[in-house]
Design a protein around this ligand. Structure first.
Ligand SMILES: [Zn+2]
Length: 147
């Protein structure tokens, strides 16, 4: 399925998804869901996908990921793919954090805020991924039926 259609489906399904999310989690869930849809979708495993291009010059950080994992491989596995992409990005983020800290820059992150919202953001990304994977699977089956 084309990236544009994936994004459209995910945006359309966001309001119904928010209906089942407890009110206090709506913002971190929505942030994770939208980030998962537009910046961290399973199609980040393709260098020329919409989601990859959206990273602009920063898309080079995904080159090793795209080299290691083939398209529609593990990145398209429910939950495992989500953890893999988030873990990969976290590893890069931590490296940058470490480098900046060692250069004497003072960067403080409130662990409590990170922990409280992190799980909800991750859930939002995982739900966006699930919709992407189901959409891919449906279009693949339909193509097999009609071609
Ligand atoms: Zn896909």
């Amino acid at each position: 399925m084309k990236g544009k259609n994936h994004e459209l489906i995910n945006v359309i399904l966001l309001p119904p998804a928010l209906l089942i999310v407890p009110e206090k989690y709506i913002i971190p869930f929505g942030v994770g869901y939208l980030f998962g849809t537009f910046f961290l979708s399973p199609d980040i495993d393709l260098s020329y996908s919409r989601v990859s291009k959206r990273w602009g010059p920063l898309r080079v950080i995904w080159l090793p990921f795209q080299f290691i994992f083939k398209h529609r491989g593990i990145s398209h596995f429910p939950l495992i793919g989500t953890f893999l992409r988030v873990g990969y990005l976290a590893l890069i983020g931590l490296s940058v954090f470490y480098i900046l800290s060692s250069l004497g820059m003072d960067i403080t992150v409130k662990e409590e805020t990170l922990l409280r919202n992190g799980l909800t953001i991750l859930t939002g990304i995982a739900v966006a991924d699930l919709i992407h994977i189901v959409s891919d699977s449906i279009t693949t089956r339909l193509k097999r039926l009609f071609y």
